[in-house]
Ligand binder design. Structure first.
Ligand SMILES: [Zn+2]
Length: 195
């Protein structure tokens, strides 16, 4: 008797079939040439845009936290991000500004944009995105305080005419001294506003 290895069939990605049904439901012909590869492409795009689910924020920062006696404010501003709103799965995008006041620990600067990316690559609402970034930094560094400001355009509102095109929504989350001390908060907001 031949010992034939059973071929390992990869479980089929269910998203393309769902997209095909959606196309039909919208009145399209999924067999026409322009749409032939669309279900596969949509699947790949959606998986990429939501790949933040598989990543633990603490793993992003781990290995890049350093002991340091620096006690001035650290600010990383104008971090571009793209996310999908959890209400319509349509894009909202803009800039994120992050500041913290270290207490013996700092994080490698490239890790902050990466953290923003991990949280924005999930279905989100802007208020929650803002808070999650602040709380992840607070948990990782135990700093004196953290401030996060997010400015974003929401296509679900603009494209549906709910909001004027180009209008931006601004959210902030202030923790620790950024919340308690108006001077610290003002210093951060001033640095964010400066060009
Ligand atoms: Zn929406």
């Amino acid at each position: 008797m031949l010992d034939v290895a059973t071929p390992r069939v990869k479980p089929k990605d269910p998203i393309p079939d769902l997209v095909e049904s959606l196309l039909v439901e919208l009145g399209e012909d999924p067999d026409r040439q322009g749409l032939k590869d669309t279900p596969d492409r949509v699947s790949r795009a959606m998986r990429e845009l939501t790949d933040g689910y598989g990543v633990k924020p603490s793993d992003v920062i781990a290995g890049a936290v350093f002991d340091q006696d620096y006690d001035e404010m650290v600010v990383v501003k104008d971090i571009n991000f793209y996310s999908l709103c959890e209400h319509h799965m349509l894009p909202f995008f803009g800039q994120c500004h992050v500041g913290y006041l270290p207490k013996g620990k700092v994080v490698g600067l490239s890790k902050i944009p990466r953290l923003v990316e991990v949280f924005s690559h999930r279905l989100q609402i802007q208020e929650q995105l803002t808070r999650e970034i602040a709380e992840a930094l607070e948990a990782a560094l135990a700093p004196r305080g953290v401030g996060v400001v997010v400015e974003a355009r929401h296509l679900c509102m603009e494209m549906r005419g709910v909001e004027t095109p180009g209008g931006r929504m601004i959210t902030s989350c202030m923790l620790g001294t950024f919340r308690r001390d108006p001077r610290t908060r003002a210093e951060f907001l001033d640095l964010v506003k400066r060009n």
